[in-house]
Design a protein. Structure first.
Length: 537
């Protein structure tokens, strides 16, 4: 086969309308691995001559093989697009599309019927036009696809997942800046701990037949809600990346819908998938795979940024990577749940600042005793509650209702953050009574020197109250009588120096939760773990 003509010159030729019969206008899309040319009722995809850690399209023969494989693996979910492979040959003054067996091919393309991009799941979400019926149709189709897909029998399913995670983290660390690397380290520790504590579930699912030859790239933009419904771009370049737990496969779409802001559609998708006979395992497992899938997309965005030259485009790709990294962190927090974190401590000890930082990272609501107290009486947050609102019985009632709110939040979102002093046994008892079950409760106790608390109280008073009515005198009085948690096992309580930067404290809390889970697993099973060393081992 001739390789004298470069793929970039082929791409340049295919960017012009005179390359195609009929001369229809051409629009070009570019990813980190391919060019896509849209013209008339047809689309043509040409692989880039790239070699990356996870794929190799560097030779014409490799691109020929991968194009043929892409056509094959997409027949089931995208048969209506009538995909076929075409050869591109060089003529004296031009290039031409011919049958795929041409001996003088200089490049290969995948030809398919062009679908309506306004009918993809992503486009419908963007327009606010995605309906519950759409979601049900997608879930039902995916459940049927997974049920009929080839069953895979991995010898070491937990090891396979661990190696996949390790490989992805290694690739990410190689292209991450320092700030991103710090956040990746926390996610790496989370992944290591999760795989330790959930190894039995992962292994049992493999044994039960839930590892299948799936799609591998289930993004919302790949789901086309035409008649018949089609799912395009099934991953073709490495079958091992498709041979995964069906929960991992579905988690890509779950993650992508969350990225697009369609949380309601996410919940409907999972519910309908299960109703149609699909099995995702626990919510924690699905969230773990959601975190992994978000990290894969972080890697893609960072790789794309390295290919781009326009500063604005580079900045946009990096911003997308940062957004996806935040999404991975939120999925990781979900996978730790169900869990309620009580951020406690004396007044003006930095509780609200830390609770807000936790909420940003975890994506959970902050439930505040100060704010609840004002809402119960219809007061503005900057208003001062009457003295009777701080009588022992009134305070206990606020804490009891706070516990009830946390219980509801755990049932709905699997996580909540509580901002309250919890400085008296009667208040903690009322909260626990409302909560009903303390097994999911963890306490973070904020500690700072008295002088710093008083300084923060004065600054807060000067800035105007933000829910709290505790002035300097109240801060001094309650601080002197503050008593920490006694009702919980000491292993469920983390004392922190809340004068430290809040984001660093969030990392510390996450590490504590992951380590605690691993240690508890070891104590329960008698197995030794090394989860604290991170997923790279």
């Amino acid at each position: 086969m001739s390789t004298a003509r470069s793929p970039t010159s082929v791409a340049e030729a295919m960017s012009h309308s005179d390359f195609y019969p009929g001369g229809a206008p051409v629009s070009v899309r570019e990813t980190h691995t391919a060019w896509v040319f849209l013209t008339g009722d047809r689309a043509y995809k040409v692989k880039k001559p790239v070699r990356m850690e996870f794929l190799d399209f560097s030779t014409l023969e490799r691109r020929r093989a991968v194009c043929r494989e892409e056509v094959r693996v997409n027949r089931e979910l995208a048969a209506s697009l009538h995909m076929r492979m075409r050869a591109i040959v060089a003529r004296p003054l031009c290039y031409a599309l011919v049958d795929d067996d041409a001996p003088d091919a200089v490049e290969y393309a995948i030809e398919m019927r062009r679908f309506d991009e306004e009918r993809t799941m992503a486009a419908l979400v963007d327009r606010g036009a995605l309906t519950a019926e759409h979601v049900r149709d997608v879930a039902t189709r995916l459940a049927a696809f997974h049920a009929g897909a080839r069953r895979c029998c991995p010898e070491d399913p937990v090891g396979d997942v661990r190696r996949t995670c390790v490989h992805n983290f290694c690739e990410l660390f190689a292209i991450a800046d320092d700030a991103t690397a710090r956040r990746l380290l926390a996610l790496e520790r989370f992944a290591g701990a999760f795989l330790v504590t959930q190894c039995a579930q992962i292994a049992a699912r493999a044994q039960a037949g839930f590892v299948r030859d799936g799609h591998g790239d289930l993004r919302a933009e790949h789901v086309v809600l035409e008649q018949p419904l089609a799912v395009v771009d099934r991953l073709e370049f490495d079958p091992r990346l498709r041979e995964i737990d069906v929960a991992d496969d579905l988690a890509f779409l779950v993650m992508d819908l969350e990225r697009l802001g369609a949380s309601g559609a996410t919940r409907d998708l999972v519910r309908c998938y299960r109703d149609a006979g699909g099995d995702t395992g626990s919510d924690a497992l699905l969230s773990f795979y959601g975190a992994y899938r978000a990290l894969v997309r972080v890697k893609v965005a960072l790789l794309r940024a390295r290919q781009l030259e326009d500063p604005a485009a580079v900045a946009a790709a990096r911003a997308q990577a940062d957004e996806l990294l935040g999404l991975a962190e939120r999925f990781a927090w979900r996978a730790r749940g169900p869990i309620a974190i009580a951020v406690s401590g004396p007044p003006a000890s930095g509780k609200s600042t830390l609770a807000a930082a936790l909420a940003r990272r975890a994506g959970w609501r902050v439930l505040s005793s100060d704010i609840l107290r004002k809402h119960r009486r219809g007061l503005a947050l900057d208003a001062v509650a009457a003295a009777e609102e701080y009588a022992p019985a009134a305070r206990a009632e606020v804490y009891r209702e706070l516990g009830e709110m946390v219980r509801a939040e755990l049932a709905d979102r699997h996580g909540a953050i509580v901002d309250a002093t919890f400085g008296e046994p009667t208040l903690r008892a009322a909260f626990l009574d409302g909560l009903g079950d303390a097994s999911s409760l963890r306490a973070v106790e904020c500690h700072v020197p008295v002088a710093l608390r008083e300084r923060w109280a004065r600054a807060r008073t000067a800035d105007g109250a933000r829910g709290s009515d505790a002035g300097v005198d109240v801060v001094a009085r309650l601080g002197a009588t503050f008593a920490g948690w006694k009702e919980l096992d000491e292993r469920a309580i983390l004392p922190v120096r809340s004068s430290i930067e809040a984001d660093l404290l969030v990392d510390e809390i996450a590490d504590w939760l992951d380590t605690r889970a691993s240690v508890a697993f070891s104590a329960r099973t008698g197995l030794t773990t090394e989860a604290g060393d991170g997923s790279r081992g």
